[in-house]
Structure formats: structure tokens, C-alpha cells
Design a protein around this ligand. Structure first.
Ligand SMILES: [Zn+2]
Ligand SMILES: [Zn+2]
Length: 296
């Protein structure tokens, strides 16, 4: 799923053409329009304006093609598509909600804005570590109480991303990715829909249900560096920027302060001694951090 615009496939965004795209790839169809040229974005946006969706896009047996066209407009991810989405979202609540679910913020006027860096960068293991990507830092340096919310074992911070690699709007103290290595409750601890924390304190109260079982061995901290922009490699352990590679068709993008949070990046937890899956890190200008998780 490279997602780059494949000209003729989209035709004129007729119901028949869009239905074929959705049928071919329910979770990833929306990115087939990535970087589409302006005149195509305009034709798509005109169609959305002429037949706006009644409800936001949802995974259903029978696809809502009006909503699917908005998804394609979000997938285009160009300056022109953001300008058109700004206009459309201000007259359609459904379009606005769909923007939020894809990390696109609709301000009171002007173009819609990305809450992610457009260029994704791949994190790989390396002989020499990039000091901006610190693996397994002391959780006590990040959290006042580093224990899990439901587990006595201290959490692990598989990666602390330094400010230099974060979107400019959310710098300050770096961004920590958080996971549990408890051999008993790792799933329970990690499966929570959204971790949220600010100033080293979790939003939720601790309710300890697991005494904490250390893992059999402690993982060797990997040495990490960034691969050149856009490069995909067999040894990827995560990604910074771009949009989350969610496998589900109806993702939830966390909000804070009335806008979608900034997406920081994602890590493959299996590469850091955790159970298989990925964690997705988000941050807000107010200092709040959040994380969601997807098991594989
Ligand atoms: Zn536990
Ligand atoms: Zn906030």
C-alpha cells in the first residue's frame, strides 16, 4: 500500500469508480489519491460539495460513497486538498468529524491543517545510535510514579524522542513512548484505549490489579537511528511523522484542547521486548501526551 496517486483509477470519482476502490481495499483505499494534482482535487471537492455525506465514514457492508469521497480528499494530503477541506468542513459536521479522525484540524477560517509532519521517517536499528532517539530511558525520569496504572511493575520507556525531532508546536521535554513488560498483565496494561499524561502524571487514577511480574530477561536496549526520508526497510522498528499506519478502517485520533493532537510516530512493541503490535504517540501544544495501541 504505497498510496501514491494512481491516475486513471480514480476517473471522475463517480459512484462506480469509488465503489471499486473501496471494494479493492477497504482500509487503505483513501490513500490511493495521495498527492493527486490540483485539478483532480478540485473535481473531487466539487463532487463532495454537490453531495456531502450525511454521516462520517464508517466500516459498513454497503459503503457510503459520499463519505468515501471525503476520505479520498483527506487522502490527497496536498495544500489544495487542505484548502478545499477547510471550506467543506465549515458547512458539514460530518466532513469536520472525518477531518478530525484523520488528524486534520479545521480552524475557524483558512485552510484545514495537518496535525502530523507530512514526511514520515523510518526508525531502524544501527551500529551507532542517534542521540535524539534514546532507547529505554529511566521511566522515573518521565513519570512521577512510573508504575503501571494497573500493575506494580514500573513501566518501560522504549523510546524517548528528543525535541529536535518533534513538530515545532509540541516541543518541550521530548516525547516518551510507554509500554509494560510485565509478563502477566502486559496486554491489560497496554490495551487501554488511550493513555494520557502531562507533567509526569497520568490522567487516570491507579487501580492496581497486578502485583507485577518482571519479564524473563531484560531486552538489550537497541541502538536507533533514522533512515532517510520515506525509505522502507526490512528492519523498521517504528516511524516518526506521516500518518499512523492503522490497520483498522475506522481509527480514533485523540483530541485535546478542542483539536486533533499532533501525531508523533509509532513503534513496533515486539521489537522492544513487548507483545506484538504497535503503539501510537500523540502530543498537544498544552503539554499533554497520549498513546493508543493496536495488537497484531
Ligand atoms: Zn502486571
Ligand atoms: Zn491540549
Amino acid at each position: 500500500m504505497s498510496g501514491h496517486y494512481r491516475g486513471a483509477v480514480l476517473e471522475d470519482f463517480t459512484d462506480a469508480a469509488v465503489a471499486r476502490l473501496v471494494a479493492a481495499d477497504r482500509a487503505g483505499f483513501w490513500r490511493t489519491s495521495e498527492h493527486a494534482p490540483d485539478e483532480l482535487v478540485d473535481r473531487l471537492a466539487d463532487r463532495v460539495a454537490g453531495s456531502p455525506p450525511v454521516e462520517p465514514w464508517r466500516h459498513r457492508p454497503r459503503a457510503d460513497l459520499d463519505a468515501a469521497r471525503v476520505e479520498l480528499l483527506l487522502g490527497a494530503d496536498t495544500d489544495r486538498s487542505l484548502a478545499r477541506l477547510g471550506q467543506l468542513a465549515r458547512s458539514s459536521g460530518a466532513v469536520r468529524q472525518m477531518c478530525g479522525a484523520r488528524g486534520v484540524w479545521v480552524p475557524a477560517d483558512g485552510p484545514a491543517r495537518r496535525r502530523y509532519l507530512p514526511q514520515a521517517r523510518t526508525i531502524v536499528t544501527a551500529r551507532t545510535a542517534d542521540p535524539r532517539l534514546e532507547a529505554f530511558v529511566d521511566p522515573g525520569a518521565v513519570f512521577g510514579d512510573p508504575r503501571g496504572l494497573g500493575c506494580a511493575l514500573p513501566l518501560s520507556v522504549p523510546l524517548l524522542v528528543s525535541d529536535a525531532l518533534l513538530p515545532a508546536a509540541v516541543r518541550g521535554g521530548g516525547h516518551a513512548f510507554v509500554m509494560s513488560l510485565c509478563s502477566e498483565c502486559d496486554a491489560d496494561e497496554d490495551v487501554r484505549a488511550g493513555y494520557g499524561w502531562a507533567s509526569g502524571m497520568f490522567d487516570e487514577e491507579r487501580v492496581e490489579s497486578c502485583p507485577g511480574y518482571p519479564p524473563d530477561g531484560s531486552p538489550e536496549p537497541p541502538r536507533l537511528r533514522l533512515a532517510p526520508a520515506g525509505e522502507r526497510r526490512w528492519d523498521d522498528v517504528g516511524r516518526l511523522g506521516g500518518r499512523p499506519a492503522w490497520s483498522q478502517a475506522s481509527p480514533q485520533w485523540p483530541d485535546c484542547c478542542g483539536r486533533p493532537m499532533w501525531f508523533v510516530g509509532q513503534l513496533q512493541t515486539g521489537e522492544f521486548g513487548g507483545v506484538g503490535g504497535a503503539i501510537f504517540g500523540f502530543r498537544c501544544e498544552c503539554g499533554h501526551a497520549a498513546q493508543s495501541r493496536q495488537l497484531t
